[in-house]
Design a binder for this molecule. Sequence first.
Ligand SMILES: [Zn+2]
Length: 201
Amino acid sequence: MSGFESYYLLDADDHILTWGGPRWESAALAGGATTLAGGDLVGQSIYAHVAGHFTQRFLRAFFAEARAARTGLKRAYRCDSPNAKRLFEMRAEPMGDGALRVEHWLLDETPMAFEVATQETRGAVRLGHMRCSMCNRLRRRGTREWREPDAFPQGSGPVAVVHTVCEGCRRGVAARLPIPANLTPAASAGSTPPAAPPSSS
Ligand SMILES: [Zn+2]
C-alpha cells in the first residue's frame, strides 16, 4: 500500500490555510495526532500540532529551506502506527507569496514484531524514552543507542516518550525502514545511507 495520503497548505507564517487528502483523518489518527482529525484548522499554527521543541525547530528549518529552494524539497520520514513501520515522504512546494503546499506520501510499510504504542509525556521525565519524530526510533534515557521501537522488550501499555530529533536525522541521514534481521550489524553498516541534506525535487 503506498500513495498520496494528505496535504496542507501553509501561509508565510506557517499557519494552516487548507488541508485534506484521501487519508487525512485516518493518517492523523493513526499517527496519534488526534488534534488534527475532525477539527477546524484554518488559521492555526502547524506547530500547535507538532510535539517536541526539536521537531518544531526541524520543521521550521525544512519549510524555510523549501521556500528558498523554489522547486521545493522532499524528505523521507517515519510515521509508524502501533502495528506498522511506515515510511513516508514529505514534499514541500512553494506556491507564491510565501505559501507552501506540503504533501505526505506513503512509500512503504512493514509490520511491527509486536504492537508498540507511544504516548507523549509533558515535561521532562527522568526515566522513559526519547522518540525521534523523523525516524521513529527510541532511545532509553541514560543510554546512547537509538533502536527500532520493536527492538526493546515488549511492555504492557503505551511507552511514555518525549519527542525530539535524533543526531542522525539532524545530520540529514534519510529515514528508512529497518534492515532485514538476516543481515548482521557488520554487513548492514555499509548500507547506511550517506549523510546528505534533503534533496530538492
Ligand atoms: Zn531519527
